[in-house]
Design a protein around this ligand. Structure first.
Ligand code: KIV
Length: 281
């Protein structure tokens, strides 16, 4: 069996100029197959608020919901590093609450947490989490939990000045002790500049080819989520059609009587059947 991916594995991959893969997963069986496929990092992304729970943004999901999905995913994984995305306002009010909420995810089987932002308060939160033995993945560039202050799904780091600002944020995260940083929706030249000036690996979520890791939301990869498709999300399957076809065929088979067939039912023994026959007029 392949060795468990840890923070050390992730750093070694960057140091060796290699690449790692990261996918989201929200349930036990998907996590199990993704792990079996050799994916290095599995993220219980708060994107599940939109893809699995049908919320309009990631804001509505809470710690209790993330705990359920963390538990399910962690049970399916042997090899990959399991990272839980901390939901909106679960680490913002004070450091003690942040430690409590993040610690809960580790107790449920996550190996690390991901938190968005890079201001001075977040620096302190990360420093303290790492001090407690909780590895932290940072997330800058476009940060969905800041959607309302950013003012839309806008690409970040579009000038040298803006990219330098992101690099400054990343350096602060690095000093705080993160083991990796997601760069979301950043032009690849900016992401390259940022990545080359950091020691920890960066993970591209629509940030081009020069990051150490690449992440995609699993529902986008499978072609399952169809409300919208980000430019950078490559579809490797058409799960929407698969689900539609299966459900349509089942609906037809139930209605035309071909489901269930003789192999799909439980049968009485001959003796019991005789008893039934005797009681049928
Ligand atoms: O919520 C999520 O799935 C994420 C990844 C896309 C990075 O944050």
């Amino acid at each position: 069996m392949a060795k468990k991916v840890t923070v050390r594995t992730i750093q070694k991959i960057k140091d060796n100029n290699e690449k790692f893969s990261m996918l989201t997963a929200y349930d036990y069986s998907t996590a199990k197959y993704i792990d079996e496929a050799g994916i290095d990092v599995i993220l219980i992304g708060d994107s599940l608020a939109m893809t699995a729970l049908g919320y309009e943004t990631t804001h509505a999901i809470g710690v209790d919901e993330m705990k359920i999905f963390t538990k399910a995913v962690a049970k399916g994984v042997n090899h990959a590093m399991v990272v839980t995305d901390m939901p909106f306002l679960s680490y913002h009010t004070d450091v003690a609450t942040a430690i409590k909420n993040c610690g809960e995810m580790i107790k449920l089987g996550a190996n690390a947490v991901k938190i968005e932002g890079a201001d001075e308060y977040i620096y302190e939160v990360i420093r303290r989490l790492v001090g407690c033995g909780i590895p932290v993945m940072g997330h800058v560039g476009f940060t969905p939990q800041f959607l309302n202050t950013i003012g839309g799904y806008n690409i970040q780091g579009k000038s040298f000045e803006a990219a330098s600002d992101i690099l400054f944020q990343c350096s602060r995260l690095e000093q705080a002790g993160v083991f990796s940083i997601v760069l979301e929706m950043v032009p690849e030249e900016s992401a390259k500049y940022i990545s080359e000036n950091l020691t920890v690996p960066t993970i591209s979520c629509g940030a081009g080819r020069y990051c150490t890791g690449q992440v995609i939301v699993c529902d986008d990869l499978f072609g399952k989520f169809s409300d919208f498709k980000p430019k950078f999300a490559r579809r490797y399957g058409d799960m929407k059609s698969l689900i539609l076809n299966c459900a349509k065929q089942f609906n037809e088979d139930v209605k035309n009587g071909s489901y269930p067939n003789d192999n799909e039912v439980f049968k009485l023994s001959e003796d019991e059947l005789e008893q039934f026959k005797r009681h049928i007029c």
